[in-house]
Write a protein that binds this ligand. Structure first.
Ligand SMILES: C=C(CC[C@@H](C)[C@H]1CC[C@H]2C3=CC[C@H]4[C@H](C)[C@@H](O)CC[C@]4(C)[C@H]3CC[C@]12C)C(C)C
Ligand SMILES: C[S@@+](CC[C@H](N)C(=O)[O-])C[C@H]1O[C@@H](n2cnc3c(N)ncnc32)[C@H](O)[C@@H]1O
Length: 360
């Protein structure tokens, strides 16, 4: 056996073992949540059921148009993908511009730290992470700023993962996580010194609903920054290729409909924010955020074979292959969106809640 084959075999086995531990360790918690949603019993078939439920939303497009159905649709999506995201990407569920000479992990951290630097908060202050995932950004931001971070996610399973990671990192004193809907947050008015959201508000059916809630919970004079998923000025709704790419991104990422970059500041102003700065962080001189996706292709194939073997053996639940295939296709749409410049996952907007209420 040559050394390349040996390395491949060992990494395949190590990956498989990790997957095994990951699925076994998390299935109970995820099963509980899925059963709460469906009212059914805890079963190993949840992945297949959730996958079918996820796609059924697209067979009934009117259902996603109904604002009240979107959080359940997003929740179902994250029950499906959270383990695979962590396994194949890490604890931060977002993109960042590539930085020459820096690893993916370092570039990710720099992108996260920039968010908290922008909102000018001080150690000990309380800030909100709207749509926190399993808390990769929250931990980097708490460690960097010394702030107390409260994260909110719609997905119960992510809450348990985030709490476990916070404890393991020794950051549970600074980081807290709440399960809830960022369209109606369980927080007091004027109770946060700052807020950020990283690639999360794109899941909101109406941006004004989530921006309005963030505005409500912020103290007057404090700041909010968001990295938004948008179509850029290069997007042409008459071009079938563009439409295919954007629809592919929406379907593979549980989005009720991507917004144009030109809508973001308008919505922020509408809910009462002053817009301090707006910039697409994907534009040159930034290096492409999508090279990481392109470079991962060999790993995706390896993962695909692994997932197929594990599902056949009954180690991974039925439906895991379907979910992995969906992500595989999504990676291609995202890459095409990045390459063509019609899509950006990092349109940054920095806002301030005015010191005094604005007169109407
Ligand atoms: C902000 C959102 C998520 C952004 C990214 C974190 C994820 C988007 C697509 C995901 C992936 C695609 C391909 C997967 C691959 C086939 C698998 O083998 C390993 C995991 C992937 C690389 C996976 C990782 C996370 C993404 C890059 C959205 C949802 C708003
Ligand atoms: C792509 S992930 C990004 C997570 C995190 N910001 C990060 O970068 O790692 C999007 C997050 O938004 C959350 N989310 C989406 N819709 C939500 C809603 N209505 N209420 C609360 N959280 C929501 C998801 O549960 C998920 O945690």
């Amino acid at each position: 056996m040559d050394s390349l084959t040996l390395v491949c075999t060992v990494s395949l086995l190590a990956g498989g073992l990790y997957w095994f531990v990951c699925i076994l360790g998390s299935a109970e918690q995820k099963g509980k949540h899925a059963s709460q949603l469906t009212g059914g019993s805890i079963q190993r078939e949840n992945v297949q059921d959730n996958y079918n439920e996820y796609w059924s939303f697209f067979r009934r497009p009117k259902e996603i148009e109904k604002t009240e159905n979107v959080p359940a649709f997003v929740d179902t999506f994250y029950n499906l993908v959270t383990d695979i995201y962590e396994w194949g990407w890490g604890q931060s569920f977002h993109f960042s511009p590539a930085i020459p000479g820096k690893s993916n992990l370092e570039s990710t951290k720099i992108h996260e730290q920039m968010a908290v630097d922008l909102i000018r908060v001080k150690p000990g202050q309380k800030i909100l992470d709207a749509g926190c995932g399993v808390g990769g950004p929250m931990r980097a931001i708490a460690a960097h700023s010394g702030c107390n971070v409260v994260g909110i996610t719609i997905n119960e399973y992510q809450v348990s993962r985030a709490k476990a990671h916070n404890k393991k990192a020794g950051l549970d004193g600074l980081c807290d996580v709440v399960c809830g809907n960022f369209l109606e947050m369980p927080f007091e008015d004027n109770s946060f010194d700052g807020a950020y959201s990283i690639e999360a508000t794109c899941h909101a059916p109406k941006l004004e609903d989530v921006y309005g809630e963030i505005f409500r919970v912020l103290k007057p004079g404090s700041m909010y920054v968001s990295y938004e998923w948008v179509t850029t000025e290069l997007y042409n709704g008459e071009d079938p290729e563009h439409v295919e790419v954007i629809q592919g991104i929406e379907r593979g990422d549980a989005l009720p409909g991507l917004r144009s970059y030109s809508d973001i500041a308008e919505v922020a102003k509408k809910v009462g924010f002053e817009v301090v700065k707006e910039k697409d962080l994907a534009k040159p001189p930034s290096h492409p955020w999508w090279t990481r996706l392109k470079m991962g292709r060999i790993a995706y194939w390896r993962n695909h074979i692994l997932v197929m073997v594990l599902e056949t053996l009954g180690v991974a639940p039925k439906g895991t292959v379907d979910v992995h295939e969906m992500l595989f296709k999504t990676a291609d749409y995202l890459t095409r969106g990045g390459d063509s410049g019609i899509f950006s996952p990092m349109h940054m907007i920095l806002c301030k809640k005015p010191e005094k209420p604005q007169e109407s």
